[in-house]
Write a protein that binds this ligand. Structure first.
Ligand code: FAD
Length: 817
């Protein structure tokens, strides 16, 4: 099994031999041939102390996230290929999610859309069809069932045995009964792992400790925001209806999300899993090292679940519960896992908060990343660096973790807002925004106006097509009015949450030139729009870089992408002291002033020359707004004349008031995120994380214009050159919906003759062009203007047409006026 003594050094130490750590060890050692992989486990192997040996192993692959669905698909592929002593590690019995309510029935149609968008075979079944597959289920209770034939049951312990054997055959060494007690670090990187059996010097450390992750994070000084929560699972006595059934499972696994429950067959009996109780968090302090992750079962908490189980499966009424289990697994504040290299400690990698469902895929992804320097798929949603500092507090982790547990099976609208905590980060204009009746949405802790109630008075009666139901939620016709204010007069947008990074030092220019696909070496005051590429030529960051001084640059990127981008840039930076990177987000507030009257407005409060000749497009200058110092960037994400105006935060309210007062005679409106999104999509501006991501290169994304081949070496150049020579097979396209009243929301499949060609990356209504807009990647042969397609929205085909883009002002006349 393992050598007596621990080795003195290893290239990679994996902490935790649960399903995540063991999968990662298998991929690193056996698939990629990495030498010197050591796995440390505090307990015995296989029947480990953690969650893997407690999980009944239901694998439902469908997920609103393309990435998470992909990881589940990779897991199924791996699990199906494994066996232990002749027994399979995976039973592909299929899955059914039942609808008890009309809302759930609609939601199942939406899930069918996710499946089609992500390439997962799935179907909607009638109650009778469901009953044919699960004869003990009461079909009279349900309205429909959502069926995925490739889902099934993963056998956790068998998987551990099979994967460990293969990892060991590849050279990985496993050390059970070895408790990690400390992390030694120096010079900002890991140096060694301290254990109950000695010290191992290590270059890389991969944290796969499941619910104990935050404890080891603390040892390393690295935030691992996860909340362990209790989860109940019980098994019925043998059911006469299943007499003679095989020892494992034949029925598809079942979810009754309307009652927050899941079910699987265990031979002649059934297993019942439940989220149908108050969340029961376990504080990290209560997880003593070396202890099992089991707690006492609570009949009181399980009682409502049992009643609901009996409702769907009447035969359970005559049964008793013969096995009861209370295990623990963890939720992060946003419900997604934590994956990748930590920006807080070089050499430390995380693979935490994964279910068995996704663990095989997670092991494959992290191994690719560690070996190749970048994963082969887009993993940004799981980036372990994505969280902002407020999310690391114990109270935040608890509050959000509990809510994630509650909502795990809820129907979540794409723009549903968190209710608590709110009001954590507000811009200096917040008071004014409240006075204007702002309806706020939350993003990275910031309160951001979605639209302003005060603008209701200027909504024209037939300004926008009406909406109802799903598309009307978190929406207002005021959005259209604010959109028009920006196109026709001038509008003010609060851009404070944008991430602002300063890169300075003698090596700053060389560093950024080597990182950016566009040329950065321009005279001071020039703004460059650029992609930062990964080794595969994929777009890792999409941002602007403004040269402020010879050796000082301002990077502006989105709020959501901010921490990811900061981590990426920090990891790439030289360690010789020639480059300094500071996050100035909190130091600067920002206002976007855009529209045909923007120059008139800003000029009226500034003595600086703002004419096109003195202050051309894509340049930046320090100016005054009234008495306040500001940095103005002549650039626009909405496609109109104007500036992003940055000011030290304490001047913010004064700057807002000055512009607002002066703006009255130009018909100014405050405008929110709803208008912003609609304006940017009409102009074809891509959003990183939706339209563009690490899996697509600039040519596929239509951003080839921002790549400079004559500038010398830059990261990702060779891969991009290869991709260009091979020819672009998929292209980001603009579609409009043929019915001028139709809208879609994003992530829907795009079809041609019933076959899925792609999915909607971003969608909005274009209030100027008066059509619903949807972007999506299409095979090159369909990326042709006029191609007739359909978008599948709640299982209805909405006709759409590929259009040449951008839809608004393709010559950029507005921007350059
Ligand atoms: P673990 O399996 O917990 O492994 C982590 C390992 O790290 C442990 O073995 C631990 O001993 C070791 N370790 C920790 N600290 C140290 C240290 N300091 N030194 C050395 N070793 C250390 N998922 C599904 O996909 N489908 C399901 O149906 C399902 N049902 C579930 C039902 C229940 C009741 C529970 C509790 C969980 C369920 N899950 C399910 C979730 C799933 O079990 C977990 O998310 C998954 O097993 C986590 O795997 P892991 O490898 O990250 O963690």
């Amino acid at each position: 099994m393992s050598a007596e003594h621990l080795p003195a050094a290893a290239d990679t130490v994996i902490i935790g031999a649960g399903i995540v750590g063991t999968s990662a060890a298998y991929f690193l050692a056996a698939v990629h041939g990495r030498r010197d992989v050591v796995v440390l486990e505090q307990g015995p192997l296989f029947e480990v102390r953690g969650s893997t040996s407690h999980a009944p192993g239901l694998v439902f692959q469908t997920n609103p996230s393309r990435t998470v669905c992909r990881l589940a698909g990779w897991s199924v592929e791996l699990y199906r290929s494994l066996e232990h002593e002749g027994d399979p590690c995976f039973y592909p019995v299929g899955s059914i999610e039942v609808a008890l309510s009309p809302e759930r029935h609609q939601e199942l149609k939406r899930r069918l859309g996710f499946a089609r968008a992500w390439g997962l075979a799935a179907d909607l079944l009638t109650p009778a069809e469901v009953q044919r597959l699960v004869p003990i289920l009461d079909a009279a209770r349900i309205q429909s069932g959502y069926y995925v034939p490739s889902d099934g049951v993963a056998k956790g312990v068998r998987l551990l045995r099979a994967l460990t054997a293969r990892a060991q055959a590849g050279g990985a060494q496993f050390y059970p009964e070895t408790l990690v007690t400390g992390i030694e670090k120096a010079g900002g990187r890991v140096r060694a792992v301290l254990t109950s059996r000695g010290r191992i010097a290590a270059n890389n450390m991969l944290l796969c400790a499941g619910i104990w992750g935050p404890i080891i994070g603390r040892m390393a000084g690295v935030p691992v925001p996860m909340l362990p929560l209790q989860q109940f699972y019980a098994r019925t006595s043998a059911l006469p209806e299943l007499a003679g059934a095989p020892s494992e499972t034949e029925h598809p696994i079942v979810r009754n999300q309307d009652r927050a429950m899941y079910f699987r067959q265990h031979g002649e009996s059934y297993g019942i899993g439940s989220y149908r109780h108050e969340p029961l968090p376990v504080m990290t302090e209560q997880l003593a090292p070396g202890q099992s992750a089991l707690r006492e079962f609570s009949d009181e908490h399980f009682r409502p679940a049992l009643a609901a189980a009996n409702e769907l499966f009447p035969c359970f009424r005559a049964a008793t519960l013969v096995e009861r289990l209370n295990g623990i697994f963890a939720f992060t504040p946003d419900g997604q896992s934590l994956l990748g290299p930590s920006m807080y400690l070089e050499g430390l990698w995380l693979a935490e908060a994964f279910w068995v469902t996704h663990a095989g895929g997670a092991g494959r992804a992290i191994a690719e990343w560690m070996v190749n320097g970048a994963p082969s798929i887009d993993l940004h949603e799981l980036d372990c660096n994505r969280f902002h500092s407020h999310t690391f507090s114990a109270s935040y982790v608890r509050r959000r973790g509990i809510q994630q547990y509650r909502e795990v099976y809820d129907i979540i609208h794409p723009s549903q807002q968190i209710e608590d905590p709110r009001g954590l980060r507000v811009s200096p204009f917040h008071r004014r925004q409240e006075e204007l009746g702002a309806v706020f949405f939350e993003s990275c802790g910031w309160e951001r106006p979605h639209w302003y109630g005060a603008n209701e008075s200027i909504v024209a009666p037939d300004d926008t097509p009406p909406r109802d139901g799903w598309t009307a939620r978190n929406w207002s016709p005021i959005i259209g009015t604010e959109h028009r204010a920006a196109r026709e007069r001038v509008a003010m947008f609060d851009l404070t949450p944008f991430t602002k990074l300063e890169v300075s030092g003698s090596g700053a220019l060389r560093f950024l030139e080597g990182l950016a696909a566009n040329r950065i070496d321009h005279p001071c005051g020039r703004i460059t729009y650029t992609s930062l590429l990964n080794q595969h030529g994929g777009i890792e960051c999409d941002l602007t870089i403004t040269r402020q001084e010879d050796c000082r640059f301002l990077i502006v990127t989105g709020a959501l992408a901010g921490m990811h981008d900061l981590a990426w840039i920090r990891r790439a930076a030289p360690r010789d002291g020639s480059v300094h990177i500071s996050n100035l987000t909190s130091a600067w507030c920002a206002i976007g002033v855009w529209g045909p009257r923007a120059r008139d407005l800003v000029q009226s409060v500034s003595e600086d020359d703002l004419s096109d000749a003195a202050f051309p497009y894509l340049t930046a200058r320090e100016i005054s707004i009234g008495y306040a110092p500001a940095l103005a960037l002549r650039i626009s994400y909405v496609g109109e004349l104007g500036w992003e105006i940055y000011a030290p935060t304490e001047y913010g309210l004064y700057v807002w008031d000055t512009l607002w007062r002066a703006g009255q005679r130009f018909g100014i409106a405050a405008a929110g995120g709803g208008a912003f999104d609609s304006l940017r999509l009409e102009k074809g501006y891509r959003l990183w994380g939706a339209d563009i991501d690490p899996q697509h290169n600039p040519y596929e994304a239509g951003l080839g214009f921002a790549v400079r081949w004559n500038k010398g070496e830059f990261r990702g150049r060779a891969a991009l050159e290869r991709a260009r020579q091979e020819g672009i097979r998929r292209k980001l396209c603009c579609l409009t919906l043929d019915d001028p009243c139709a809208v879609v929301m994003g992530k829907e499949p795009i079809l041609r003759d019933g076959a899925t060609l792609g999915y909607v990356t971003s969608a909005a209504y274009g209030y100027t062009i008066q059509r619903g807009i949807a972007y999506g990647y299409l095979p090159a042969e369909f990326a042709v203007e006029g191609t007739q397609l359909q978008v599948l929205f709640f299982n209805q085909r909405i006709p759409a047409t590929v259009r040449s883009e951008p839809l608004f002002d393709p010559q950029n006349l507005r921007l350059r006026s």
